[in-house]
Design a protein around this ligand. Structure first.
Ligand SMILES: Nc1ncnc2c1ncn2[C@@H]1O[C@H](COP(=O)(O)OP(=O)(O)OP(=O)(O)O)[C@@H](O)[C@H]1O
Length: 124
């Protein structure tokens, strides 16, 4: 019984990893966002930001990657149910893209606010 649950859990993680891998391979934006996340984490380590800044940075990274994967899932679903041109299909894709753009803009502004202090100190 416990073995079966453990096996199911492992399978769920494998499917989730497949989804991550598929998003990474097919979406340039997702690859850019993953790279930006790694750069921001390295900057955070170099600048010695506070633990509250880390919480904010990690939340923003998670939100952007989550938003991009949901956007990709919606695009894929739209392509499945409406491969031909339809004004509503376009609307769904545009709205999903707008949602992830809001998250990315929020992450960018947050990064500027958090890192402007340490950078000004470095050059000041
Ligand atoms: N089936 C469709 N019907 C109407 N408009 C569509 C349709 N598919 C795409 N569009 C329009 O074209 C835009 C770009 O669609 P596309 O699927 O290329 O998205 P994308 O953001 O470029 O995705 P990807 O990152 O996969 O290239 C959509 O935002 C939408 O305005």
């Amino acid at each position: 019984m416990a073995d079966t649950n453990f096996y199911k859990l492992g399978r769920s993680f494998r499917y989730a990893f497949q989804g991550f891998h598929s998003g990474f391979r097919s979406q340039l934006n997702f690859r850019i966002q993953c790279t930006a996340a790694v750069v921001v984490i390295i900057l955070g380590l170099l600048c010695g930001i506070t633990k509250y800044d880390w919480l904010w940075i990690l939340l923003n990274i998670a939100l952007v990657l989550f938003g991009e994967l949901i956007n990709t899932a919606l695009e894929t679903l739209v392509d499945l149910v409406s491969p031909d041109y339809h004004v509503l299909a376009g609307k769904v894709k545009d709205i999903a893209a707008a949602a992830v753009t809001i998250l990315a803009a929020n992450a960018l502004v947050s990064a500027i606010i958090i890192f402007s202090g340490p950078f000004l100190k470095l050059w000041g």
